[in-house]
Write a protein that binds this ligand. Structure first.
Ligand SMILES: [Zn+2]
Ligand SMILES: [Zn+2]
Length: 247
């Protein structure tokens, strides 16, 4: 067993009976990171070093922007930007050197030359690197493992899991993989069977809601009740892609 499993957030998320308990945990982690990084610890050296090294991806910049600490955001972005400019300088110099070494070669000869394409890939690695994503990956991996641990050791949780609304597709994929490598041989088949059944049933449920949402625009259905379809577009997007829009 891994050490220090934090079971509380998983139990709370399953009690909330949402479309994806893991997305709910992920959203809370992200909220906490934003608060930590833009709160009192904005100038804390350990945070600054980490931010300067990894920065933020576009999703997490977008989360910090409206959080209400413009000066804090400006400070951490400024030092990160300076570090990034040094990295980009090195990559750009290499790009120039590579391009010079190819001077005179026509486009057909250069086509598919991996070395010439490398600079673009290197720059995008810098752009996509993210201190929050790095933390989230480690934390979510641990929470997925916690779901598996609770399923194996707590019969109450096992029942709750079997009645849940499944997960989003990305967390479904992650859970299948972690179960395949970490779950005991005794429970693997039963767990996989239950999880796949949940996913099939709940994708069908959300799709039916979504279909009814579209049919409500037909004038013949105008006076019929919405049922559970009013937020079907949001729930369908989040079911397919993980928490993407507010629902
Ligand atoms: Zn999810
Ligand atoms: Zn990120």
């Amino acid at each position: 067993m891994r050490e220090h499993l934090d079971t509380m957030p998983v139990l709370e998320a399953y009690d909330a009976d949402c479309e994806c308990p893991l997305c709910r945990i992920k959203a809370k982690c992200e909220e906490q990171y934003v608060e930590n990084f833009l709160g009192g610890s904005v100038m804390e050296p350990s945070h600054r070093v980490e931010v300067n090294e990894h920065g933020f991806c576009s999703r997490h910049f977008a989360m910090m922007y409206p959080a209400g600490n413009r000066l804090g955001l400006a400070l951490i972005t400024d030092t990160y930007m300076r570090e990034t400019m040094k990295k980009i300088d090195i990559i750009a110099s290499q790009a120039v050197a590579n391009a010079r070494s190819k001077a005179g070669e026509n486009v057909f000869k250069r086509m598919g030359d991996k070395r010439l394409m490398d600079s673009g890939a290197e720059i995008m690695k810098v752009v996509d690197d993210c201190v929050f994503c790095k933390r989230l990956n480690a934390n979510m991996d641990r929470y997925v493992y916690t779901v598996i641990y609770l399923y194996e050791h707590e019969s109450g949780f096992r029942e709750k899991f079997a009645k849940s609304k499944g997960m989003c597709l990305p967390h479904f994929a992650q859970t299948l993989n972690v179960a395949a490598s970490e779950m005991s041989a005794k429970n693997l088949a039963g767990f996989t069977d239950t999880l796949c059944r949940l996913m099939r049933e709940n994708l069908e449920r959300v799709e039916k809601d979504l279909e009814w949402f579209t049919l409500k625009f037909d004038y013949r259905n105008k006076d019929k009740p919405w049922g559970s379809s009013q937020d079907a577009v949001e729930r369908a997007i989040n079911k397919l892609s993980g928490q993407t829009v507010e629902s």
